[in-house]
Design a protein around this ligand. Structure first.
Ligand code: NAD
Ligand code: TYD
Length: 352
């Protein structure tokens, strides 16, 4: 595979911006990256300021909505796109429960537009990699793991829209022979994650002495993966993965939510203690549960490990500490995303 012009969708979001930095600053990719992002509340081009300055000839940003099929086709023509890594999505479960429509538009129709544009350039097109989630498999009981063969049973509008997009990608391979790969990954954490998700929300609230909201009994379980490990896994699948296959990606780090909140409290107490010396754990507040809250996710990624030799490098302990330190050191980033048009955008699209 010799990708020259890689279209990364949603590259101004959490994982997408880490992925672009991994490829360019990490020296893993020699071609050009075209980052197409609509800049919703979750997208921040400043995440890539350093990349923009360092790689002016190999990094291009285009503010484009993937729901606009004409603009997507134009992008494919103008930049002679020969591969796609597709991150762009509405990604937060709680928002999908409140207002599902944009999830259906972006996650399903947006993916459809990208697949259509790729199909129209079948002569030069090398790979469509679709970034998805383990949430498509539904919820587990106390035991067991999701494998690539687990039937899809999505429970939230978010996971249902991601499941639909996975099926479309699969169908474009089966029907049109489009070269595709799909990855289904567990919960990510690390730098640049928007503070609506559990880990950054708890870190910032803990540092600011605010209540730490824990849904239900706090015993729901997620598997956690440090974002850079996810980027490495995706790139490994894009380079060496078998076309048309799905790969599960996981972090070997199953954890109850309450345990994560306690771990964050302990790190914050150590590196950013409250002025009055009060323990952060006192801020923990149990709140009303999320409707349809999946109880447990756990992922078997032995296929990826066996076939492509990937495994996570970071442990949850080391990754979490690095993440808390990053939020502590990047107050400007936090201020920036909290100011400007962000609140207005959220109100317009989600009503709160
Ligand atoms: P994010 O919400 O941080 O970023 C999403 C990005 O997509 C933003 O930059 C946003 O502006 C952009 N976007 C949204 N709608 C768009 C549209 N219509 N057109 C163009 N751009 C649009 O999300 P993330 O956490 O970085 O997740 C990226 C991908 O990874 C998603 O597809 C998500 O389903 C998947 N995923 C995320 C996790 C996780 O834990 N965060 C885990 C597994 C899979
Ligand atoms: P989240 O980060 O929203 O990811 P996902 O729903 O995709 O797994 O939530 C992770 C877990 O943390 C999930 O079980 C819901 C829970 N949670 C809380 O307890 N409090 C919160 O404030 C948030 C945002 C999530």
């Amino acid at each position: 595979m010799d990708i020259k012009n890689l279209l990364v969708t949603g590259g101004c979001g959490f994982i997408g911006s880490n992925f672009i930095a991994y490829l360019l600053a990490g020296g893993h990719f020699n071609g050009k990256i075209i980052n197409c992002d609509k800049l919703t509340y979750a997208g921040n081009p400043a995440n890539l300021d350093a990349i923009n300055n360092k790689f002016p000839d190999r990094y291009v940003f285009q503010k484009v909505d993937i729901c606009d099929g004409d603009l997507i086709r134009e992008l494919f023509d103008r930049y002679e796109i020969d591969a796609v890594c597709h991150f762009a999505a509405e990604s937060h479960v709680d928002r999908s429960i409140k207002r599902p429509e944009s999830f259906i538009q972006t996650n399903i129709m947006g993916t459809f537009n990208l697949l259509e544009a790729a199909r129209a350039h079948a002569d030069r097109f090398q790979l469509f990699h679709h970034v998805s989630t383990d949430e498509v498999y539904g919820s587990l009981g106390a035991t067991g793991y999701f494998t690539e063969e687990t039937p899809y049973r999505p429970n939230s509008p978010y996971s249902a829209s991601k499941a639909a997009s996975d099926h479309l990608v699969r169908a474009y391979h089966e029907t049109y022979g489009l070269p595709t790969t799909i990855s289904n990954c567990s919960n990510n954490y690390g730098p640049f994650q928007f503070p609506e998700k559990l880990i950054p929300l708890i870190i910032l609230n803990a540092m600011e002495g605010k209540a730490l909201p824990v849904y239900g009994d706090g015993r729901n379980v997620r598997d956690w993966l440090y974002v850079e490990d996810h980027c490495e896994a995706i790139w490994s699948i894009m380079q060496k993965g078998k076309r048309s296959e799905t790969y599960n990606i996981g972090g070997n780090s199953e954890m109850e939510n309450i345990r994560i909140v306690e771990m964050i409290c302990d790190i914050v107490d150590e590196i950013h203690p409250a002025a009055d010396g009060a323990a952060c754990r006192k801020l923990i507040t149990y709140v009303k549960d999320r409707p349809g809250h999946d109880r447990r996710y756990a992922i078997d990624f032995s296929k990826l490990q066996k076939d492509l030799g990937w495994k996570p490098k970071e442990t949850f302990g080391t990754g979490l500490r690095k993440t808390v330190e990053w939020y502590l050191e990047n107050g400007n980033w936090v201020e920036q995303i909290r100011s400007g048009d962000y609140q207005k955008w959220i109100e317009e699209h989600y009503g709160s």
